[in-house]
Design a protein. Structure first.
Length: 512
């Protein structure tokens, strides 16, 4: 079994007694939430992204006092249920029954390499602690800065990581002061909202120097079937950290839904499955994937949009659409999309008939945000310094570009050292999030509209806003009607506090 180093959290006897009924363990980084209302589990995860601590500490700080004390519940599924699943799931091989139960599980102290692996399954819900809201400048008692450690990496690795985090801390202080001066509060503007917006912008500007080794927390809600697949992929992964979390995740699932993961430990089932995944990964690593854009015709989009309202076959609908001129087709698509009052008013499923495949090069920070979209296929290459990294122009304007650039070079040098010592899979831990990665996104027009409008919003990070806008332009070059339907895209480029309007709206809703 693989092991991993993580910070140890201390709880008083009273706190342990309060936590024990609701968490499957109190001393490991992977644990399930139990014996809680579903709304409370969801609220805990919803709060996770902006809370600097762990989920168990969050429960104590903000939720425990509002819930009645309950006894520790024995976790078990009962003999009848276990036999039923053994018959249907194992005996008949009916995998769909494993979709009928789910669990909330937290994976804490995971690197920013591992978060992407955990979030790869489509049919699950995730919430990740965000570098846009949480500062990484504090050291944890008895542990130090928040980054993944491995004895194989040696003292030079820890020295390089400590230097990156110390640089991050200095940059955060300097950039925060510059942003506050650059964007003074307007008359009548809430000081608290302005202060939070300044902090958010500073965090956005300096997060690029954080390495991929930076530790985060991920909350997952998924069915037993999805968890089984996730555990298998983790156990087959070449990264030791992934295998360690696969072991811990399996242990927690065996506590809350043992029948759903019963196949994983069996050599003839899960064992052979893991071998297959490893063989497949090795074969894929040796082959070049096809990249580019798939093309389709707008008459197919029209036929699909009209299909559910028609009383004739698809072929006849397609023929009718093909007989229209380009102008007529464009006007009809506009009519069928109708007037959208906000970005949540989405066109019908006919938009799913068109598919796009984008090859993208962006910084790793932007990739992390785009990869989380569920309704798309994402394939990515290993993070390396080969595609370079940039210093944000606003950091340059603040007079701190040299220090930022030095951090990038420290990061690159440690990557090269780890790689030279045969740690090719692990070397990306050392790379700053500002370094670029190449990846492919494949998605239909309906999901493209959602992604582009969401990620181009004024509150978004500039790096993924740029990707979203280029995706919109690429779609416009082949399907102008689809791009025209993206009416809630923010093209503005003026310097601003990206999170200010959001913070002001939040204050208004809370009545502050």
């Amino acid at each position: 079994m693989e092991t991993v180093t993580y910070p140890l959290e201390q709880f008083t006897d009273e706190e342990q007694a309060r936590l024990a009924p609701h968490f499957t363990n109190l001393d490991r980084p992977v644990f399930a939430l139990v014996n809680l209302p579903e709304t409370v589990k969801g609220a805990l995860f919803a709060r996770y992204s902006r809370y600097a601590g762990t989920l168990r500490r969050l429960f104590l700080d903000e939720f425990a006092d509002s819930l009645p004390e309950v006894p520790v519940v024995e976790l078990g599924e009962g003999e009848r249920a276990a036999k039923l699943y053994e018959t249907i799931f194992l005996g008949y091989g009916d995998d769909s029954v494993a979709q009928l139960g789910g669990a909330h599980i937290a994976c804490e102290w995971t690197s920013n390499l591992l978060t992407k692996i955990l979030q790869r399954p489509r049919l699950a819900a995730y919430l990740e602690q965000s570098t846009r809201y949480i500062a990484y400048d504090a050291q944890l008692d008895g542990f130090g800065y928040r980054y993944h450690r491995d004895a194989r990496f040696g003292p030079a690795y820890e020295a390089a990581m400590d230097e990156l985090f110390a640089t991050y801390s200095r940059l955060l202080e300097g950039v925060s002061a510059w942003v506050d001066e650059k964007f003074p509060a307007a008359e009548g503007e809430s000081p608290a909202a302005h202060r939070r917006a300044v902090r958010a912008k500073a965090l956005d500007l300096v997060r690029g120097v954080l390495p991929a080794a930076s530790l985060s927390h991920v909350g997952i809600y998924a069915t037993g079937q999805t968890y089984e697949q996730l555990v298998l992929h983790l156990l087959a992964h070449p990264l030791a950290e992934a295998r360690a979390y696969g072991d811990m995740l399996l242990e927690e699932l065996q506590a809350v839904m043992p029948s759903f993961v019963a196949r994983v430990p069996r050599p003839d089932r899960g064992g052979r499955w893991i071998e297959y995944l490893r063989e497949r990964n090795e074969a894929a690593a040796a082959a070049a994937g096809r990249l580019g854009l798939d093309e389709a015709e707008e008459e197919e989009l029209l036929a699909a949009l009209l299909y559910e309202a028609s009383a004739v076959g698809e072929e006849r609908t397609l023929t009718a659409a093909a007989g229209l001129s380009a102008e007529e087709r464009s006007a009809l698509v506009h009519d069928l999309v109708a007037e959208r009052e906000n970005r949540r008013h989405r066109p019908g499923r006919g938009f799913e008939t068109l598919t796009y495949r984008f090859e993208i090069v962006s910084d790793y920070g932007a990739f992390r945000d785009l990869q989380r979209h569920r309704l798309l296929t994402c394939q990515w290459q290993r993070l390396s310094p080969d595609l370079g990294a940039d210093v944000p122009h606003e950091v340059e304007e603040a007079g701190l570009g040299g220090e930022y650039a030095h951090a990038l070079e420290t990061s690159r040098a440690e990557y090269e050292r780890l790689r030279s010592e045969g740690l090719a899979e692990e070397a990306p831990y050392a790379l700053c999030l500002a370094y670029r990665i190449r990846y492919v996104l494949e998605l239909d027009a309906r999901e493209a509209l959602h992604l582009v409008e969401l990620r181009s919003g004024r509150e978004g990070h500039p790096s993924y806003r740029a990707v979203a806008l280029q995706m919109r332009d690429a779609i416009a070059s082949v399907h102008p009607s689809v791009a025209a339907a993206m009416t809630f895209v923010d093209d503005s480029t003026e310097p601003r506090l990206e999170r200010l309007l959001s913070e002001m709206r939040n204050e208004a809703r809370a009545g502050r």
